[in-house]
Design a protein around this ligand. Sequence first.
Ligand SMILES: [Zn+2]
Length: 190
Amino acid sequence: MPAGFPDFRLGSVLATSFTATLTERRGDAVERIPTPQRLVDWLAVNGLAVESCTTTQLELARDLRESIHAAATAAATQDPLPASAVRTINECSIRGRAAAVLTPEGNRRWQLGSASGVEDALGVIAADAISIIAGERDGKLALCASPTCRAAFFDTSQSRTRRWCDMNTCGNRQKKARFNANQRKSAGSF
Ligand SMILES: [Zn+2]
């Protein structure tokens, strides 16, 4: 990882891993794909390697990201989906020309078209978002309980009661905050 750039928050669901490239949206937001090269790096980590990325393509990617975030948030709170977000997700899905191919080992690999790699990769991400927002997959969209985060995540836990987008970050922070509050409370009671 090049020094000076925030690391990636990777999860098992492509679309919500992608929305997690901007974290702490309600606090001090952290942009994890601040440059076109960082988007290239993120895509490579997620099995969508592209050769290059322009500033315009990075803007398109962020536009898709915020559209997925808006639509997933609406789905989690059972509000109507914002029309502009739906339009952007659909446009990206339609424009992408990636094909799923089966490797000899029996794994799925995405084969991107030649000239428009980033658009093809965004198409795969948009289609992944569509499948979770449409309720096609086993799981439920929910919002992180952290007030500074409020990320939309895909809860695949058996009981569907996961509270935080990421146990290692938001979950730990909340637990620590609660612990400190309890310490203060018991200190005050002496
Ligand atoms: Zn969170």
